[in-house]
Structure formats: structure tokens, C-alpha cells
Ligand binder design. Structure first.
Ligand code: MG
Length: 357
């Protein structure tokens, strides 16, 4: 089976509630949906979500990069997918989300050609996927009512966005924990919003007040690896890299520096499943646990992340709630949700039947 072309379309999906982090506020998301065409009746689906403040990519840049990549891999054989993925990663530098969309569409096609779900191609189902649920940064009162509502609808792990004023962040977390109780797991994500000293101050104050958090994600600026290590060395809670971790090379540097306790892997940062598996392997060799996350993305690309997560033992934490913020699914089939659980379609590849737009 040969690749004959790539199509892309930009689909805009309104969110059901506004999403707010230390970096941005969004009401709708754009997804660049990719279809790889072949000389058979099989097609491969993928999707990219532009997040300019993190990856530097826009819908227009992703569309342009996909066209360029399409020309580079056209005519290649799906059966030699290592070659396709090597070409995909070497034909253009950067453009990681554009690469991720094409990468997952290639994997979708390989699994479809074997008539198996993608997770089976990658290693088989090693675990159920139960996602946390994100609480946007807001007033403590709004964050408490949002947390209560989510717990009532079946979630039991909260991912609390912080990274504003450290005093207010501590107050937010104290009030939320008092409201939801100590048995609820709380992850916090500062999205680079603190200095290293502020992060240590927050971590120590949370510890002093007996506020339990499972992990602290990306407390400091993406480029501040020394800062990550300083925070890791000075707070009791595990520190995870998100925006500091794009490539397998970043993963190696973070391991060498002993800078973090874990990785948050996202396909949009690393260029897709091919590179995500390399990061997961580095983490496993360094005995670091991984979380799988996503940007604000639709069901298509999060399905790819879920298939990867299901197949890798080292990925043991799941932050795959973004589709739950989308007012609609731009595709039929793929993943669905039952409370916190991500459910896979009983179908080959990513399980996506068609893109509905
Ligand atoms: Mg994050």
C-alpha cells in the first residue's frame, strides 16, 4: 500500500466552558485534521491543535507544513513505516504538531492494514485509562464549585491550574482541598507561572499546611532546567516537566541533570507517537514515571495519545480530558468517555470512521 497524497482541513470547535491557564484563555479551538490517502481504499486520520504560545505553531503554519511533508512522503510504502517516520522527522525541522498529525495518521494506516486497533500494534492493552479533569485557574469560589461538579460526575483526580500570585495559589489549593477532602488526588500545573524560588515557597507552604498534592507540573519557565532541578531538590512533591520537554533530547538532558521526577508527554510537543515512544523509553531507563497529556485538542489526536498510553507500562498517569471541553467531536468513532474512563472503539487503527468536520 502506497501513500498517494495528504489532505488537511481546519475545523473550529467551540469549548463548552472557557479554559484558563497561567499562559492563555480560550473559548474555541482549531484542529487541523489530516487524511492520508493511499492507493487502497484505506485512509489514515490524524489531527493537530495549534498552540502558538507553547509550540509556536498556528493553523496556517501547520497546514503549510503538512503540505510540505505530504510531498516528501508521497509514494512511500506503508509497510515500511520506519522509513516514512524517519523521512517525516528529517524533511523539515520544528513543526512538531504538524508532524504529530501526520505521524498518527501513518500509525492509523499501519494498524488498519493489519486490521488491529492501534494499541495492539504498539504493545497491547496494559492498563485502563482513567483521566484526571482540569480545573481552570479562576477565583477560589469558582474553582471549588467546578471541582465539586466534576467529582459528582465521576472524576476522582483533579488537575488544578495555578501559576498566578503564589499567595492566592496557596489559598486556592487550601480551600479546594478543604472542600473536596483529602482522599481526592490533586495534581497542580503552574504552566511556567512561578519563579523557582516562588515554586519552592509554594511547595513548602503546602507541605507546612498539610495540603497533599500528587505532583507539581512545570512550575518554572520552559527553558529553566536549572530552576526545575532547584524546585525538585527543595520540595517534597514530585516535579514533572511539561513545557520543558519536547524532544527525546530534552528528555535525556532532564535525566542527566536530575531535574525532574517525571515527564508529561504530549504528541503535539514531540511530533507524534514515534518520538513519544523514545521519550517513554528514556523515562523507563531512568526509572521516571510518565503522564500522558494533551493540548486543548479534539477526540482524534487524543485517541492517538490514549492508544499509546494504553500500550506502555511506564505511562501511568493520564491527563486526557481535553475532548470533554469540546462542544462536539469532529469525527465519528475513535474514543468516547464513560465518566473518567476513556473507551476505545472496537475497530482497527484509531477506530475513526469518518471526519464529520
Ligand atoms: Mg501542563
Amino acid at each position: 500500500m502506497q501513500i498517494t497524497g495528504i489532505k488537511s482541513q481546519v475545523v473550529s470547535v467551540p469549548l463548552v466552558t472557557t479554559f484558563r491557564t497561567a499562559l492563555r484563555t480560550v473559548d474555541r479551538i482549531e484542529n487541523v485534521i489530516v487524511t492520508i490517502l493511499t492507493d487502497s481504499d484505506l485512509v489514515g486520520f490524524g489531527s493537530a491543535a495549534p498552540v502558538a504560545v507553547i509550540t509556536g505553531e498556528t493553523a496556517a503554519s501547520i497546514t503549510g507544513a503538512i503540505e510540505y511533508i505530504g510531498d516528501s512522503i508521497s509514494g512511500m510504502k506503508i509497510g515500511s513505516w520506519e522509513n516514512i517516520l524517519q523521512r517525516l522527522n528529517s524533511c523539515i525541522i520544528g513543526n512538531m504538531s504538524a508532524k504529530a498529525a501526520v505521524d498518527m495518521a501513518v500509525y492509523d494506516l499501519v494498524a488498519k492494514s493489519l486490521d488491529i486497533p492501534l494499541y495492539q500494534l504498539l504493545g497491547g492493552m496494559s492498563s485502563d485509562i482513567n483521566t484526571d479533569i482540569t480545573i481552570s485557574i479562576d477565583t477560589p469560589e469558582k474553582m471549588i464549585s467546578e471541582s465539586r461538579e466534576k467529582l459528582a460526575s465521576g472524576f476522582d483526580i483533579l488537575k488544578i491550574k495555578v501559576g498566578g500570585d503564589p499567595e492566592l495559589d496557596i489559598r486556592r489549593l487550601q480551600l479546594i482541598q478543604e472542600a473536596v477532602g483529602r482522599q481526592i488526588r490533586i495534581r497542580i500545573d503552574a504552566n511556567q507561572g512561578w519563579s523557582a524560588k516562588e515554586a519552592v515557597g509554594v511547595g513548602r507552604e503546602l507541605e507546612r499546611r498539610g495540603i497533599l498534592i500528587e505532583l507539581m507540573e512545570q512550575p518554572v519557565a520552559a527553558s529553566d532546567f536549572e530552576g526545575l532541578r532547584y524546585v525538585r531538590d527543595n520540595v517534597v512533591f514530585p516535579v514533572y516537566a511539561d513545557e520543558s520537554l519536547f524532544s527525546p533530547g530534552d528528555a535525556l538532558r532532564l535525566v542527566k541533570m536530575n531535574a525532574v521526577d517525571g515527564f508529561n508527554i504530549k504528541l503535539m510537543k514531540c511530533g507524534g507517537i514515534y518520538n513519544a515512544m523514545k521519550i517513554a523509553a528514556i523515562a523507563e531507563a531512568a526509572a521516571l514515571p510518565c503522564m500522558i497529556g494533551s493540548m486543548m485538542e479534539c477526540h482524534i489526536s487524543v485517541a492517538a495519545a490514549a492508544h499509546l498510553a494504553a500500550s506502555r507500562a511506564v505511562i501511568s498517569r493520564y491527563d486526557l480530558d481535553a475532548p470533554l471541553f469540546c462542544s462536539r467531536n469532529p469525527a465519528s468513532g475513535g474514543i468516547s468517555y464513560s465518566g473518567a474512563q476513556v473507551c476505545f472503539a472496537d475497530a482497527a487503527g484509531l477506530g475513526i470512521e469518518e471526519v464529520t468536520g
